[in-house]
Design a protein around this ligand. Structure first.
Ligand code: MN3
Length: 198
């Protein structure tokens, strides 16, 4: 199954001022498109050619680094667009909010830990909420890695590569992460992935 670039689920200017049209144009049309195109070239003739994206990501990890990097980033970005919405970051659906409180203490503590994970990721990578061993955990990963290759199932991820925030926030990664949580997160999509991860 070859990779294809999904359309953004909103217009390019829909997330402003928290994420600009210019950022989304570069990030989606250039960066994500490159992962799709390079990934497709690297996928050809491999044992994973006819597998699902998740199987390509898990199977190529530690075995085929160039393919893994591009497939991982394709997986991460495909969800990243859906993890955001205009006027996002509002109330967390009840069952998910209860589970966050149970496993992470409080919504505020979850946000604090998520920002700390994103800020603490040296260089490029991602901050995550994932389900691991039946609990919601905060994680961080370098480059194109994600919780799928570390025994977890991702339910929310924030891209902390500089291409994700440098146009809008320059070097202020903490401000970008806070704006992501407070104004962009589509908690209904997080809940949907939480439902599948249990
Ligand atoms: Mn990116």
């Amino acid at each position: 199954m070859s990779f294809s670039l999904p359309d953004l689920p909103y217009s390019y200017d829909a997330l402003a001022p928290h994420m600009s049209k210019e950022t989304l144009e570069f990030h989606h049309d250039k960066h994500h498109a490159a992962y799709v195109n390079t990934g497709n070239n690297l996928l050809k003739g491999t044992e994973w050619e006819n597998k699902s994206l998740e199987e390509v990501v898990k199977g190529s990890f530690g075995k085929n680094a160039p393919l893994f990097n591009n497939a991982g980033q394709h997986y991460n970005h495909t969800h990243f667009w859906k993890w955001m919405k205009p006027k996002g970051g509002g109330a967390i659906p009840g069952a998910l909010e209860r589970k966050i409180k149970e496993d992470l203490g409080s919504v505020e503590k979850m946000k604090e830990d998520f920002v700390a994970a994103g800020v603490g990721q040296f260089g490029s990578g991602w901050a995550w909420l994932a389900v691991k061993d039946g609990k919601i955990v905060v994680m961080k990963t370098p480059n194109g890695e994600n919780p799928l290759v570390h025994g977890g199932k991702p339910i929310l991820g924030c891209d902390v590569w500089e291409h994700s925030y440098y146009i809008d926030y320059r070097n202020r990664r903490p401000d970008y992460l806070k704006a992501f949580l407070d104004h962009l997160v589509n908690w209904e999509y997080v809940e949907e992935m939480f439902g599948k991860a249990k």
